[in-house]
Design a protein around this ligand. Structure first.
Ligand code: GAR
Length: 195
């Protein structure tokens, strides 16, 4: 897999993927990191990696223009796959269609979402799951389609919410699981083991 990571935030998922695959490039090679947020944690972290980065801010650009810039950069680096790791924008149908894989029947864009989809689609998923006081929550890795967090699931992992959990405890447990889930999901995709 020749992949580009798109991230807006802290970058822990990106870091986890980069460090896991740095000596397994025959499985997955991260060709570059794109962030839409100046000063984001992911760009700071990436200074320590030997991987090119690009800041592509949306600012007053139309979504289609912004995505054209992203696409141009991904192609310049030779990327075929996109790994969304805390990328906080919804991608437009035209952009997604450029990564559609006819043979596989889905896009070559993977996303991680911090809930057991279809529960808590969209933003602030940890917050909403915690507020809902469910006895467990989870994380989902899925292919991206035109909907919001609606694409085909690759895998999900569940974690318990303990009674004494603060929101920080709860989120920390979830994020630890995200890191395990993303790597496992990538291997499932490599093996075609997700149908
Ligand atoms: C992660 O919790 C990820 O699941 C979430 O953003 C966080 C990014 O953390 N993504 C979404 O909510 C997507 N809708 P990170 O920057 O440390 O990887």
């Amino acid at each position: 897999m020749k992949a580009v990571i798109l991230a807006s935030g802290e970058g822990t998922n990106a870091e986890n993927i980069v460090s896991f695959f740095q000596n397994k490039k025959e499985c997955l090679e991260v060709l570059g990191i794109i962030s839409d947020k100046a000063g984001s944690g992911v760009l700071e972290r990436a200074k320590g990696w030997d991987i090119p980065t690009a800041l592509i801010e949306k600012k007053s650009m139309k979504r289609s223009m912004h995505e054209r810039e992203i696409y141009r950069q991904v192609k310049e680096w030779g990327g075929h796959w996109l790994l969304l790791a805390g990328y906080m924008r919804i991608l437009g149908p035209h952009f997604i269609s450029r990564f559609y894989d006819e043979k596989r029947g889905h896009s070559r864009i993977i996303n991680i979402h911090p809930s057991l989809l279809p529960s808590f689609r969209g933003l602030r998923a940890y917050e909403r799951a915690f507020e809902a006081k469910a006895p467990f929550s989870g994380v989902s890795v899925h292919f991206v389609d035109e909907g919001m967090d609606t694409g085909q699931l690759i895998l999900q992992k569940k974690f318990n919410r303990l009674q004494e959990d603060s929101f920080e405890d709860f989120k920390k447990r979830g994020q630890h699981l995200e890191h395990i889930a993303y790597i496992e999901a990538i291997f499932k995709v490599l093996k075609g083991d997700y149908r």
